[in-house]
Design a protein. Sequence first.
Lengths: 359, 417
Amino acid sequence: MNKEFVKFDKVDKSYDGKILVVKDLQLDIEEGEFVTMLGPSGSGKTTCLMMLAGFETPTHGEIYLDGKAISSIPPHKRGIGMVFQNYALFPHMTVYENLAFPLRVRKIPKDEADKKIDKALSMVSLQGFAQRMPGQLSGGQQQRVAVARSLVFDPQLVLMDEPLGALDKNLRESMQYEIKHIHESIGVTVVYVTHDQSEALTMSNRIAVFNDGKVQQLSSPDELYEKPVNSFVAEFIGENNTFVGEVSDISGGKCKVKLANAEILANPISVKGKGDKTTVSLRPERALINPSDKMDNIHKGKIEEIIYHGDHTRVRINLLGNSEFILKVPNSSSNLDIKLGNEIKIGWNSEDARALDPK
Amino acid sequence: MSSEIKQILTTDGIPLEVSLRKAERRNKIKAFLLVAPLLLFIIITYVFPIGDMLMRSVDDKMVTEMLPKTFKAMEKWDGKELPDEEVFAAFHSDFIKLVDEKREGKLSTQLNYTKNGFKSIIKKLRRKSKSFEEGNYKEQIMAVHKRWANVEYWQAIKRRAPAYTGQKYLKGIDMFKNENGEIVSVPEDRRIHRVLWLRTLEIAFFVTVFCFLMAYPIAHLLATLPMKYSNLLMICVLLPFWTSLLVRTASWMILLQQQGLVNDFFVGIGLVADDNRPEMMFNKTGSYVAMTQILLPFMVLPLYSVMKTISPSLMRAGKSLGGTPFVAFWKVYFPLTIPGIGAGCLLVFILAIGYYITPALVGGASGTLISNQIAFHMKSTLDWSFASAMGLMLLTGVLAIYWVYNKLVGIDNIKLG
């Protein structure tokens, strides 16, 4: 497998000559991989996708596709499939004609094209819809047609620009699985753009978190969630409890962080030595109520709010001066003494409390 | 079970349908009252005038009423040779009455429309008729002028007998009903209307084509440029709209005349010799140029409004799927603009076909249109019934184009905004 199937090499992009929307982007995508570009709006992820598709040109740097520099190749010669945000189905053509479009421009004989179209439609389970107009389809069906159209000419690379953004929640989730399964079955390389982190975590092999024109972290979903490398990623992916403080001691893979009126033990990730300012990040599910004594951080806090969420309850606690500390308590553990205003003991392992860069 | 569908009742036992109708009646009445003024306005300003025009164009009662006895007597006449004494006597009796009422002038005008030469002989007849003796009117009238002894003139009178006539319509296409009641074309050297009709269609067609060719890129630019530039461009497109039509036409006259700016420029760059400046005005060229410029916004606006709704991602999709920019344009973008093209072309064509001021000012003799002819008959010859007939023919033509368009493209495909 080609490790550098898609390669962004020191790519900069500016629209107005004043602000860089993409800064010195370095990104390698393996062949057959499903990579998601995730980030808040304005972080440069869509710009990257558009540069890859050929609708924007890099201001500096080069993009390589399968070893070839593609900056000077126009979009229609790149052979990259693309699913657009609002599907971009041709409204005056039937589903069949939409799918036939990329095959016709490639002068593929009709019987072969028909076979490919049948295959693509059955892949998205839309057999029998070939003669419908896009306007007669539901949002989910249009979305599938768009996916089928982007795959029908067997591209090596498919780009998807927030393709599920317009669907309702249930449909979006089932489409996520569907796209993931299609990817797994045909092994095409997919670059997917979204601002929905759960979508990214569900579907991707690797996720590139974008912020401020830069890739903050590129890693697998579990690593991204469990081991964020900076406080932006920790904050952006999942829920996060933070303590702001200063390192008072580092030794033996642990560090002491001095808060306003307490001291906690943490895992030094991006702090170097004594006196460094830091933000300590802790996932809500890593902190336990009434912990066993083995945990090396045990503190007392007061329950300020209880929010029922069905499968779990979220408890907001004032802990060590942080009144936004959130705990997730599974609803099966009903014997815990969770009542508004109660003082409870909370503990966590210093390993899970990651001391990152200050915000 | 399905066979006995029970009537659904509201809680107080009234059938649901009745109840619903009651509830909606008020709203219906309100809605009708709201549109009533507009309906009235349309009836008064549109339906009545057109109805009146239709009546006027076929109405030929005037002569029928002026010569009642003559036409009664003519019923038995075969129209081949000179009528007999009975007809002459009846004509004399009608004529004397007209002279008493001082209406013989109108008769002469009317008969002159049918056949030239009536004016003078009626004048003469009026003078001589005072000294007519009773009896043997045929001889006495024939003695007034030799034309009164010509059967063609009597045939012409007989043609005016019906209270309604389609002859104005025939005249509009350079045809007439001859002595034998056959419909024939006028001699070639006297055909003016057919040329005008054809020229009107030709100019309207080419103006539509020119407008389309020029408006399409402009509208595309307008729809795709960033807001701050597109607003400026929009103002440039609309600016002529806010200027008086007369002013715009007059400025074209300044530009296009032989000593005008365009000619000066051509001479300046050496394209034409100074003593051989081309005539660009008072001919078809003038009409083409000025009408295209004036009607351009009517093509740009519908195109723009349609293009504005076409998502730019469609063109991108076309390209990403492997279509060259041209294929993406031709297969994806262009078909989606057809509703706008249809609306724009129909609008421009219909406006151009009835255009009046501009061709009158810059068209000269070879650039005038049928509407100028209609105006001529409204103002100069005062033959309103002929003007009405041509107006209606124009209207029918426009409706026919509309119908054809509906068959070909479908009127519901039109988009004006």
